[in-house]
Design a protein around this ligand. Sequence first.
Ligand code: NDP
Length: 391
Amino acid sequence: MFDSLKKELSRRALLHKAGYGFMGLGVTGVVGHIIKPVRTFAQAPSKEPSLPPEKKLGWAVVGLGKFATEQIMPSFAECKRSKLVALVSGDRPKAEKYAQQYGIDPKNIYNYQNYDSIRNNPEVDVIYIILPNGMHAEYSIRGAQAGKHIMCEKPMANTVEECQAMINAANKANRKLMIAYRAQYEPYNLATIQLAQSGKIGKLKSITSDHGRTLNPKDPADIWRMQKKLAGGGSLYDIGIYSLQAARYVTGEEPVAISAMMYSTPGDPRFREVEENVNFVLQFPSGVLANCTSSYGYSNTKRIQVFGSDAVLELDPATDYYKHRLVIKDKNGNQEQKIEEKNQFALEMDHLSESIMQNKQPKTPGEEGLQDVRLMQLIYEAARTGKTIKV
Ligand code: NDP
């Protein structure tokens, strides 16, 4: 049953070597001929103007925290279209240390007060917001008003209104706005989408997706995550969003009904302001039901299971940084699908740079981030009221 996928994967490896389809599986026009995804955001235009081979856009990273310094900044080395040229930080000595490490001119170091003057720096084309969630809206809007394109980390913002204001600001400034949904650029997740939407595992019936980890109150990166104003929500906003995303991108559909339950351990000081666990069920128009969990209490888990009438697909880990594992279970037993790992951060950054160079809408624009924030608010409402909410 999966021979055609294997052939397609090896064909793509050749296409990649030949310089086609830089984003990997399932998103190029070449792939679009093989399997037709249901929703438009899984596709890119098939014919794109060719780009000058050496051109790279200049990027500024805002907020030099754990994710920025450990994952994003090192990944520029693997980018073809993006280079790190500026830093924005509230900690000057830290910024100087990284500027030296990455060969960034100290004149390109900004702080949160003089951030707006980045408008006068022609070396900076794109600003990447990697701040606590509650700061995403302000710094994205100020960045767009400074005439720069914006990449913003997930979740897009705390509220639907903030998301809309970000979209409006980018539109008004005629700049691109992309939400950094790295899984939608990662080869194993793209293969999962393709398998699920092509009928390769039969008719889709159900999806489960679980994303959780234990919140560590001693980790500086987790301190703001316990504060509602900076985090927007609890585990759902931080990692449950991956379960929600998975259900949406695997089906290629938008949910029509939501039910949910929420529980936080009583007396646990980590959960005074934000929730620990949320379990939610999404119903999709095709009849697929997705059971999703989100937790700040259970041990590190990032997995997706897709149940079709002919086979079951398991991706575990599904949304890790590296070392994904995809297994198809059918009447012939378990078959592991090996796909070449790629740096998903480099892929997503280059996707935005290419979208800017080609003046096309990125695959995960602000509207995609807004939809998740809207749905997460409905999940909270369903949990609070105990009612199934029609979307
Ligand atoms: P960190 O706390 O490690 O980094 C946040 C940085 O923001 C800080 O280091 C600091 O940088 C700056 N900052 C400015 N004001 C504040 C404030 N009041 N409190 C705390 N920090 C502040 O967080 P993470 O790197 O883990 O997360 C940052 C963002 O990235 C979040 O939106 C998160 O959801 C997202 N993320 C995404 C991941 C993904 O896989 N896509 C994975 C992990 C996080 P400075 O000192 O330079 O000013």
